[in-house]
Design a binder for this molecule. Structure first.
Ligand code: HEC
Ligand code: HEC
Ligand code: HEC
Ligand code: HEC
Ligand code: HEC
Ligand code: HEC
Length: 280
């Protein structure tokens, strides 16, 4: 009965949120109109350049880049890309240039035609001089609005992974804990081997509204993906618990927990994965 009440409470709060101007779509992830499908969740459109860049004889206009987190996060940690390779955690904010990729930065860190992953060469990214036959490679990334056949099908790729309710429909935390995926956290020549700080013990974050279950925040589980640097000091100043003042509404707006739990990690809609602690 008590549990039922908590769920009712969460639902009421949730309805309240939608009245305060936060739409369901925002809560579901991003500012898109509809909730993304499992294979679309975590998709980033990188779109800074509108100009034509293909030589006229190829008759191909440029197309924005489509980047899928599901394919990449199954293989690499968030920390590797967002700290070592330095991608911004905001669509189109990195300011990637074709020449950066070509020199081996950003996408070109891996997409250089040399890195081997699962016995396959990772296809190269941008180049200045290219022929008709290279265009097929260009449009693997520059694919928005083009009918490009993917090598990896989301549903086949994720078939054996444990299910989750929202987002990609996958419990990524469990997939990692059970060893079904082993995201790489270190790339020779790119990452710097730093000494490992020990993660603080799991603690409760208080929901501060009566009847709302508290949150158990696990440093240990988060460190697997994020090291310390993805969160401290950018997202949480965090030298001491309670220093960062925030509410769940801030999370829904994409700050704090919502920096990740809105577009890539399981979404805010999944109240009960965070509000887990029994109410005293
Ligand atoms: C292979 C590299 C890679 C990995 C691994 C990766 N990301 Fe990203 N992420 C990116 C790129 C690239 C962007 C887009 C940056 C840009 O457009 O400038 C991005 C963007 C984001 C954004 C902003 C999305 C949006 O819609 O604005 C968030 C949040 C994010 N990543 C979180 C994560 C989290 C959490 C993980 C780990 C579970 C992760 N990323 C793993 C490369 C990666
Ligand atoms: C840390 C390494 C790494 C980085 C950085 C990275 N990728 Fe990848 N990406 C991979 C690997 C490995 C594959 C699988 C390649 C294969 O098996 O052929 C892949 C595959 C892909 C695919 C193929 C999808 C398909 O099904 O055909 C696309 C598209 C892609 N990446 C886009 C990008 C873009 C765009 C960026 C930069 C914004 C990027 N990647 C950055 C490692 C990386
Ligand atoms: C692994 C993914 C990937 C592949 C493959 C790729 N690109 Fe790119 N390219 C990007 C990303 C990411 C950007 C940045 C887009 C943005 O910010 O809007 C970019 C930007 C560009 C730009 C515009 C920016 C600038 O600096 O001028 C050009 C031109 C370009 N690519 C050409 C090419 C050509 C030509 C090919 C094929 C030979 C190619 N790219 C293949 C990922 C890729
Ligand atoms: C996913 C984000 C995230 C990651 C990754 C993370 N932290 Fe934190 N950390 C937090 C949050 C949230 C708090 C609580 C902040 C608050 O209440 O103001 C916190 C608080 C702390 C505190 C204060 C604890 C206390 O009891 O006062 C320390 C110390 C700390 N983190 C160290 C680390 C170290 C070391 C790592 C890497 C091993 C790490 N954190 C990784 C989110 C993170
Ligand atoms: C830097 C990105 C990031 C931030 C910030 C972040 N998380 Fe996470 N969190 C993740 C990733 C990645 C996972 C793995 C599961 C997934 O991707 O769905 C995860 C998993 C979890 C889980 C399931 C694992 C477990 O501990 O049982 C909970 C609960 C959770 N996060 C709560 C929080 C809370 C509460 C906050 C804010 C105080 C927070 N997270 C902030 C990235 C983040
Ligand atoms: C990613 C984890 C996460 C998810 C998912 C989540 N919350 Fe929260 N929520 C938090 C954290 C952390 C706090 C505590 C903030 C603080 O320190 O006051 C919180 C606090 C609250 C509070 C107390 C008032 C406030 O704003 O601080 C309410 C009510 C609440 N959440 C409702 C919800 C509802 C309803 C949902 C689902 C629609 C939800 N939460 C989903 C992490 C989460």
């Amino acid at each position: 009965m008590k549990r039922l009440l908590h769920i009712m409470f969460l639902i009421l709060f949730f309805i309240g949120l939608t009245f305060t101007g936060l739409t369901l779509a925002q809560i579901g992830g991003g500012v898109k109109k509809k909730r993304p499908l499992p294979h679309e969740y975590g998709r980033v459109i990188i779109d800074n350049y509108k100009e034509l860049w293909y030589p006229v004889h190829l008759k191909e206009p440029s197309a924005p880049v489509v980047f899928d987190h599901w394919l990449h996060r199954a293989r690499f940690t968030c920390r590797l890309c967002h700290i070592d390779i330095a991608f911004a955690m905001e669509a189109s904010a990195t300011g990637i240039r074709a020449s950066d990729n070509k020199k081996g930065y950003y996408c070109g860190t891996c997409h250089n035609g040399k890195m081997v992953y699962n016995d396959r060469e990772v296809f190269a990214s941008c180049s200045k001089n290219f022929q008709e036959e290279d265009v097929k490679r260009c449009v693997r990334c520059h694919s928005l609005g083009k009918n490009v056949k993917r090598e990896y099908d989301f549903y086949t790729f994720t078939e054996k992974l444990p299910r989750g309710r929202f987002g990609n429909g996958i419990d990524w935390e469990k997939a990692e804990a059970e060893g079904l995926i082993k995201p790489i956290d270190f790339l020779e020549g790119v990452s710097i081997r730093s000494f490992q700080l020990e993660a603080p013990k799991d603690f409760d974050l208080e929901a501060k509204v009566e009847g709302i279950p508290n949150i158990i925040f696990s440093h240990k589980k988060h460190t697997v993906w994020n090291g310390c640097e993805v969160c401290h000091p950018e997202i949480f100043i965090g030298v001491k618990k309670g220093i960062t003042k925030f509410t769940c509404v801030n999370n829904f707006e994409g700050k704090y927990c919502g920096a990740c739990h809105r577009t890539v990690a399981f979404p805010m809609l999944d109240c009960q994965r965070c509000h887990i602690k029994a109410v005293q």
